[in-house]
Design a binder for this molecule. Structure first.
Ligand SMILES: C[S@@+](CC[C@H](N)C(=O)[O-])C[C@H]1O[C@@H](n2cnc3c(N)ncnc32)[C@H](O)[C@@H]1O
Length: 266
């Protein structure tokens, strides 16, 4: 079971105008990842923001590195929004991260904040990064792992046991195994982040404003009955002082492509 690329592109595109107002977790995780890029990229370098969304980090990367900066996204609606904000020096490219229309060894830095968890084939994305990075090029990827939105998942399971309502996430063990297989010696870390919300409906609204609602092909085509929604809210664990928390299992990957690829002997 998975979300179609069409649903991903359409939901994010429709959310472009509301996204920034709701992107608390995205900024927290993206800022932490940006801070890990200590090494300057070379003069005339190419930097790619993979799954750039509204271009928040694309603009920061362009400003910081003064490089040829490319924002890549699947959603035309996100790209149109990002492009309208400028600057004109940034190149915007509608493309799928699993099949990048970029030449081999043409990129010096790939930065990808919270995009890969939307891809059916994360291995394919990492292989594409490996292919397009120049020797010595750097890769930064953040993702969400199993355990993300576990409270919402449990509340929905009790309220509507025969219907999924929350996107699935890969386990930390599986993601680490995938990464090590494709990018040997990659540095990997994960952390549980919790965000506060006044109510579980506020959490549901934030996911909608981000375009990050449930997208599986098996999602109900009709609206969920108000009774079930009410039941979900009642099942969601409340904090002693009021309000709720949502858990996000955040993962970050850092890798540098070796300068020399080892020679193989026949
Ligand atoms: C949660 S948003 C993150 C946006 C941005 N990186 C940020 O930090 O705000 C995920 C973005 O990834 C894009 N995306 C999802 N799947 C993609 C794919 N296969 N190829 C390219 N972009 C994709 C979505 O359209 C969306 O704009």
């Amino acid at each position: 079971m998975f979300a179609t690329k069409q649903a991903v592109a359409s939901d994010f595109g429709c959310a472009s105008a509301s996204y920034e107002g709701a992107a608390r977790l995205q900024r927290q995780m993206g800022d932490a990842m940006l801070a890990t890029i200590a090494q300057p990229v070379p003069q005339g370098a190419t930097v790619v923001d993979l799954g750039c969304g509204t271009g928040w980090y694309t603009r920061q990367l362009a400003q910081r590195f003064g490089a040829h900066t490319v924002g890549v996204d699947l959603a035309p609606g996100m790209l149109a929004y990002a492009k309208a904000l400028g600057p004109e020096t940034i190149q915007w490219l509608e493309a799928d991260a699993e099949r990048l229309p970029l030449a081999d060894q043409s990129v010096d830095l790939i930065y990808s904040n919270l995009m890969i968890q939307w891809c059916h084939n994360p291995q394919g994305v990492l292989r594409e990064c490996l292919r397009v990075l120049r020797p010595g090029g750097q890769l930064r990827v953040s993702t969400l792992l199993l355990g993300t939105l576990q409270e919402l998942q449990q509340a929905w399971t009790l309220a509507d046991p025969h219907q999924k309502h929350v996107n699935g996430f890969i386990s930390a063990v599986d993601f680490a195994a995938t990464t090590v297989e494709i990018l040997p010696a990659a540095h990997w870390r994960s952390q549980m982040i919790t965000l506060d919300y006044p109510t579980s409906m506020a959490l549901m609204n934030e996911l909608r404003q981000l375009g990050a609602g449930y997208k599986d092909i098996q999602r109900r085509k009709t609206a969920t009955a108000p009774g079930r929604l009410k039941q979900m809210c009642q099942n969601y664990p409340q904090q002693p002082g009021g309000g709720i928390v949502a858990s996000y299992h955040a993962g970050w990957l850092e890798w540098r492509k070796p300068l020399l690829t080892p020679l193989t002997c026949d």
